[in-house]
Design a protein around this ligand. Sequence first.
Ligand SMILES: Cc1cc2nc3c(=O)[nH]c(=O)nc-3n(C[C@H](O)[C@H](O)[C@H](O)COP(=O)(O)OP(=O)(O)OC[C@H]3O[C@@H](n4cnc5c(N)ncnc54)[C@H](O)[C@@H]3O)c2cc1C
Length: 269
Amino acid sequence: MAIQTDGIVLKNKKIKSIYFLLELDCPSIANETKPGQFVMLRTSDDNHPLLRRPFSIYKSYSTLHPRKRKRGHLFILYKKVGKGTQKMSTFKEGEKVNLIGPLGNGFILPPLPSSATSILVGGGVGMASLSALGEVLGSGKLYVFIGGKTKDDILCEDDFPKGKVFIATEDGSRGKKGTVVDLFLSEIERFDRGRPHNVYICGPEGMVKSLSKALKSKKWIIQVSLEARMGCGFGACWGCVVKTRDTEMAYQRVCKDGPVFPLSEIVWE
Ligand SMILES: Cc1cc2nc3c(=O)[nH]c(=O)nc-3n(C[C@H](O)[C@H](O)[C@H](O)COP(=O)(O)OP(=O)(O)OC[C@H]3O[C@@H](n4cnc5c(N)ncnc54)[C@H](O)[C@@H]3O)c2cc1C
């Protein structure tokens, strides 16, 4: 169940260009999270900006975790894009940060037997929720496709020690030149032997839409974590709806009914 609580900033450091890693001491949320869930974080005490901002839980360690020194810690990987994330980048060690979480449904783990192949496709900070997922996937093969505009946008590549990682950048500064979707589609033969796979996607809307089109005919189990502008984060304001094929409730809330949906359920408008 989601709670509102304060986390204490343990570290807040730039990892590269405009990307930062925030480490909080926040046991009450860290104890409850699963991959694909998020928090709504208050970025400022002065109400500028007024609305909390949604961030995926990148890593969390429960109070029973074997890594004693990380117990109760929660990590957020964020990109400085506007007013809220600019304020976050100034958080200092020891500061209190107010959060609501964990929110959303998270990924379903894993719908096929744990020995099935899993494929992760992510762009930019979309990798934060896929990284959390990678840690809990079963014993099957793991392929990870990571994309970004430039090499500075390639995140989390070291988070998948058991996976085979593929990288694409639009400017060709790392990995294959082009989009991560192009790269994934060029490698698809590798997986396309009639077997079902678990596929998990998170990234910008353009990337998700292209994948949705390209994978329409596949009988794979594809889950997508959507990003949307959010008001409340817990289903009250209906500010983040997405159109789905659900016959009873065509418009669903990314925050409460998602952010993870079966890709085939989404109707792109
Ligand atoms: C479920 C969920 C999980 C997310 N996880 C992460 C994460 O792990 N790390 C991370 O860095 N970001 C994540 N985001 C996006 C993050 O919430 C926004 O970048 C943040 O709210 C921007 O706040 P701001 O005040 O800095 O920018 P604003 O001043 O509000 O906006 C600056 C620019 O960013 C664009 N923007 C703002 N929010 C979004 C959004 N949700 N989707 C697309 N464009 C947006 C605006 O259109 C504008 O161009 C997530 C969003 C959702 C919905």
